[in-house]
Design a protein around this ligand. Structure first.
Ligand code: SAM
Length: 279
């Protein structure tokens, strides 16, 4: 039994590069926790050493065997378990959601000790609209899957946020320019570290900038929402559908138009059928 912390699960955010970003509460929970569950025990050991905290670390990943998760959940009955990831907020493109799910199902205390998250930090740096945003994690690395993922996001009227790596950056920016149109964007790199840098430009400008010089370090891409000029009228959609129906059956025509005009495919098939029927 722990004298300071109630038993349960403590989701503890950690710095994304600058160790001075550890909050007093994060440090207190890591110090007092009975168990620290971490994605990579070597990475977390460095943070604990910096804080002069000595305690064993249990490796935990959402792909860990069910038995590992079940044991941690059982331990939460009378122990304080702190969950950390390598950097930033656990569960955000990082392990943890299954552990939280099972801890809640078991009726344990689940609480969070909030802190850095690269996606939100990049959004604050980018100078792009912040009222609506969609975090889309890492894009797939294979070209077709990446293009499909981008096409799904084309009609979303929000700022988009992606995690990326240096070697893949230029390809990703090109695919984004192709799939979303040449929107305003920002590449935020090495946030909170010595070489922090945020570069603004259109997607094609940024793709050209990084084409021959893949940047080092950790990267977030932030992309502004589609402008009003890109809003597509029903007349435009009907004209494109009518054109496509001369060559294609309604399902294919609807898919082609959704992709070409970067509009949602919702209702397009029905509209194509209606046009075909002469309505
Ligand atoms: N859970 C973390 C969070 O809250 O941000 C994200 C973990 S994800 C596995 C790692 C990715 O986050 C990196 O590949 C990079 O895209 C982004 N990232 C993490 N730290 C960063 C930093 N200091 N600057 C820019 N991007 C960062």
């Amino acid at each position: 039994m722990n004298d300071t912390l109630l038993p349960g699960l403590y989701i503890v955010a950690t710095p994304i590069g600058n160790l001075q970003d550890v909050s007093r509460r994060q440090e207190m929970v890591l110090r007092q926790a009975d168990i620290v569950a971490a994605e990579d025990s070597r990475v977390t050991a460095k943070l604990l050493n910096h804080l002069e905290i000595r305690k064993p670390i249990t490796a935990y990943h959402d792909h860990s065997a069910d038995a590992v998760r079940a044991k941690l959940v059982e331990q939460m009955g009378d122990k304080a378990v702190a969950l950390v990831s390598d950097a930033g907020t656990p569960l955000i493109s990082d392990p943890g959601y299954k552990l939280v799910r099972d801890a809640r199902v078991a009726g344990h205390l689940v609480t969070t000790i909030p802190g850095p998250c690269a996606a939100v930090a990049a959004l604050t740096l980018a100078g792009l609209p912040t009222d609506r945003f969609l975090f889309a994690g890492f894009l797939p690395s294979k070209a077709k899957a990446r293009a499909d993922a981008i096409a799904e996001l084309g009609a979303v009227r929000a700022t988009l946020i992606f995690y990326e790596t240096g070697p893949r950056l230029a390809k990703a920016l090109n695919a984004l320019a192709e799939g979303l149109g040449d929107r305003e964007a920002a590449v935020a790199r090495e946030i909170s570290k010595a070489f922090e840098e945020t570069v603004n430009g259109s997607l094609s400008e940024l793709a050209a900038r990084y084409a021959d010089a893949p940047p080092k370090g950790e990267i977030v891409i932030v992309i502004g929402p589609p402008g009003d000029a890109e809003a597509t009228s029903e007349t435009d959609i009907d004209a494109a559908l009518a054109d496509a129906l001369e060559r294609l059956p309604p399902g294919k025509a609807a898919r082609e138009v959704a992709k070409a005009l970067k509009v949602s495919s919702d209702g397009l098939y029905e509209r194509a059928m209606a046009l075909k029927a002469g309505e």
